[in-house]
Design a protein around this ligand. Structure first.
Ligand SMILES: NC(=O)c1ccc[n+]([C@@H]2O[C@H](COP(=O)([O-])OP(=O)(O)OC[C@H]3O[C@@H](n4cnc5c(N)ncnc54)[C@H](O)[C@@H]3O)[C@@H](O)[C@H]2O)c1
Length: 403
């Protein structure tokens, strides 16, 4: 592992928020029994002793508990945000003040600051990178190829990040092993489906205080996240319409009892739209032109590319912020289109992300993936790997016991 490095400071909003952050982190910890067991074992066994670790993640109470578990195992970590709008500033403050972990993240940071933080993370010379969306790994490979030789491996939290890693693997530039945490069953079956399902609606409701019952909710994409949003939307009394480009998933949505149609038809009838595809411009200019007056549009996919907001801006007057995370665009047809959270992950922009009990399984996978990389240092081929299936089974059994 790497030797002595200069101390890294931090770049957060307000250190005085630490006591509130600590209370919230401790509250989340009550709902994370599996991670707690891992933390206790890590504290006793020190499997990460001397490891330099960068985590690019949503800076939430759950991530703070992951950071505390990694620290207990002996890792020296630096944290940055994986999205400019998802940081909880009190959590960032507590990580710095109470745990001595350098954090570079502020809610609402600019794209330039976000990028500066990614570069700072690479200056930390990590042995292991926990990534969420593959921004750190992509920057490392493109801009700092000299730094890749120290990398023991990386872990990836989300679907979109794994799509990017596989593209790097195909291009022959992924020179180290990467664990696809998202692809563990105890991750995407639960986090993507039930976590995104609940927290996306939570974000929409906190931002707008809208009643979902009786509204037409259009869910764009019927993958793991889309299934969760559609299921929970129906549970709240919405009339759910699904749009999906994969015919197999579209049939699945029909058999799950949803109306399925192309976005070109759904655009005119929806009251609320949620995109969860990982794909670009799935709601595009021509769709905005036919939407109802007052239609609400948001995204819960990883990047803020799913809504073509450039096209919407071109056909509208300057947007007016009507509530926090709610912007109203008046189009040249005189209609109002309401965009939530600037088209960024609405569950993290306007709410607190997934509840802790679902992140317990995701972050148990993260902690065990880091340990697996360290134990198998030098033995894994470069490329995308899964954790062994028995780890999934163990996490599920422990969760079941806790529930
Ligand atoms: N908000 C969160 O907290 C959160 C949590 C987990 C994952 N994610 C992100 O959400 C996105 C979706 O993740 P997932 O695990 O559901 O992926 P997935 O691959 O299971 O599902 C995506 C679905 O979108 C469909 N799709 C693609 N383009 C489309 C289009 N133009 N119109 C309609 N459907 C289209 C695909 O066919 C696929 O079925 C990813 O970007 C992922 O990184 C967000």
């Amino acid at each position: 592992m790497s030797t002595a490095m200069p101390a890294f400071e931090h770049d957060i909003k307000d250190l005085s928020l630490a006591p509130q952050g600590k209370r919230r982190i401790d509250w989340a910890e009550r709902e994370m029994p599996v991670l707690r067991l891992i933390r206790e074992r890590f504290a006793a066994e020190q499997p990460l002793k001397g490891l330099r670790l960068v985590a690019c993640a949503h800076i939430t109470t759950e991530t703070a508990n992951l950071a505390r578990a990694l620290q207990a195992g002996g890792a020296e970590s630096l944290l940055i945000a994986s999205n400019p709008l998802s940081t909880q500033d009190d959590v960032a403050a507590s990580l710095v003040a109470d745990c001595g972990i350098p954090v570079f993240a502020m809610k609402g940071e600019s794209t330039d600051t976000y990028r500066r933080h990614v570069l700072t993370a690479l200056e930390f010379a990590p042995d292991v990178i926990i990534d969420d969306g593959s921004d750190v790994v992509a920057t490392l490979i493109k801009e700092k190829p000299g730094h890749t030789k120290n990398i023991v491996g990386t872990t990836e939290e989300t679907t979109t990040g794994i799509v990017r890693l596989k593209a790097m693997q195909t291009a022959g530039v992924l020179t180290f092993p990467s664990i696809a945490v998202n692809n563990a069953q105890t991750k995407h079956f639960f986090d993507n489906r039930y976590g995104t399902g609940q927290s996306t609606l939570d974000g929409i409701i906190r931002a707008t205080n809208i009643l979902l019952a009786g509204r037409t909710l259009v869910v764009v994409g019927y993958g793991w996240c889309g299934k969760g949003v559609a299921l929970r939307g129906r549970g709240m009394g919405a009339n759910v319409v699904v749009t999906e480009v994969d015919p197999i998933k579209a049939v699945e949505a029909v058999m799950d009892g949803f109306r399925v149609m192309p976005i070109s038809s759904a655009a005119a009838i929806g009251d609320i739209f949620v995109t969860v595809t990982g794909n670009r411009h799935v709601i595009d200019g021509q769709h905005f032109t036919v939407m109802k007056d007052g239609a609400i549009v948001c995204n819960s996919g990883h990047f803020d590319l799913e809504l073509n907001l450039v096209a919407l801006r071109e056909m509208s007057e300057a947007p007016v912020q009507v509530r926090p995370f709610v912007e109203e665009y008046k189009t040249n047809k005189g209609r109002r289109i309401i965009v939530l959270g600037e088209g960024r992950l609405i569950n993290l922009a306007a709410a607190e992300g997934h509840p802790a009990s679902v992140m317990d399984m995701s972050f148990a996978n993260q902690a065990l993936s880091v340990e697996y990389l360290v134990k198998n240092k030098g033995k894994l081929d470069p490329g995308v790997h899964l954790l062994p299936p028995e780890v999934d089974q163990d996490i599920a059994s422990l969760t079941l016991r806790a529930l």
